[in-house]
Design a protein around this ligand. Sequence first.
Ligand SMILES: [Zn+2]
Length: 117
Amino acid sequence: MRHIWPFLLLVACDTPFHAPNEEVFVPPPEYREWHRGIEQCSRRRGAFDAITWIKADLGPNYIGRTEGRKVWIDRDWLTSWYVVSHELLHTLIRDGDHRSPLWEACGVQPNRHLRHP
Ligand SMILES: [Zn+2]
């Protein structure tokens, strides 16, 4: 476990992610409901109110992105249960490689048609 920490620090100190036209926004009420759903299927608890929501033009390769408790949603996908819930699961399990069975259990596994990394 000890040598995992320098790697995590290195990632944390990496250049912060930015996308064009970023704007922090107040999540609509359904995001809180979707968070509850993801908490239930994953059996994890998270602090919904600690999440910073950012809408942006993420470009062709991303529609959502999560770093810690910062979540970016592409402006065209703000009302998508799939995209928001997928990113919410990232805030709960920190599994950047999507290897956990929880992605499928929650119905939010990465979908290449949606061009999620
Ligand atoms: Zn993902």
